[in-house]
Design a protein. Structure first.
Length: 208
């Protein structure tokens, strides 16, 4: 049967890729299951869809450092922000960037109730429990150092996914700087990676 031979071939390919990765990293062996193969296939198809959808936009929109709406640098100081894949230019829209950001966050929060992902809520609860238990023994865990968030030196916003930042194989990406969304960039890098081409990002280089 066609389908079965395709599946076996994909399974073999995935196993070889895993073995190569393992050799390179010399880490614990990871099993290649049916789920891995299907996950890979799904990600391939999703990336194809994203790339097809944006092919048209690419030829229209000049990506790069300057905003195509106002001609100024895509940075927070020049009234540019991004939130969950949406970019904003305050010169073009007449609204201030902090106002727009606050509005987006408010809409986001009011649509989903409490704006906290389930895993975060779970971790917070666990941490509180640990802190309480430790306090009974006279230890204060609250004073421990927490990792602070980093500010992107290209756009001036936090280096977080919500603010259009990502990373693929260690290469950083800033959505405002490159003028494309995180989703698009990741799809591009993943498909390049499959073809054996290196990961590329203009945001990777240092600020001039
Ligand atoms: Zn602009
Ligand atoms: Zn940035």
């Amino acid at each position: 049967m066609m389908k079965r031979s395709w599946f076996l071939r994909e399974l073999e390919r995935a196993r070889l890729a895993q073995a190569k990765k393992r050799r390179r990293r010399a880490s614990k062996p990871a099993k290649v299951t049916r789920a891995t193969v299907w996950r890979r296939k799904r990600s391939l198809e999703e990336d194809k869809k994203v790339l097809q959808k944006i092919r048209y936009v690419y030829t229209q929109k000049p990506p790069g450092f300057l905003c195509h709406l106002c001609g100024q640098p895509r940075r927070m100081e020049f009234g540019h922000v991004t939130y969950k894949g949406k970019s904003f230019c305050s010169t073009a829209s007449g609204q201030s960037a902090p106002d727009w950001l606050a509005e987006q966050k408010w809409v986001d929060g009011s649509c989903r109730g409490r704006n906290v992902p389930r895993t975060t809520a779970w971790n917070t609860q666990k941490r509180r429990q640990r802190e309480q238990e430790a306090e009974e023994f006279g230890v204060r865990l609250k004073d421990r150092k927490r990792p602070g968030f980093h500010i992107c030196n290209l756009c001036g916003q936090p280096r977080q996914k919500d603010f259009g930042h990502s990373r693929y194989k260690g290469v950083p990406f800033c959505s405002l700087y490159e003028g494309i969304s995180v989703e698009e960039w990741l799809a591009k890098q993943r498909s390049a990676d499959r073809k054996g081409r290196p990961v590329k990002s203009k945001s990777g280089r240092k600020k001039d």
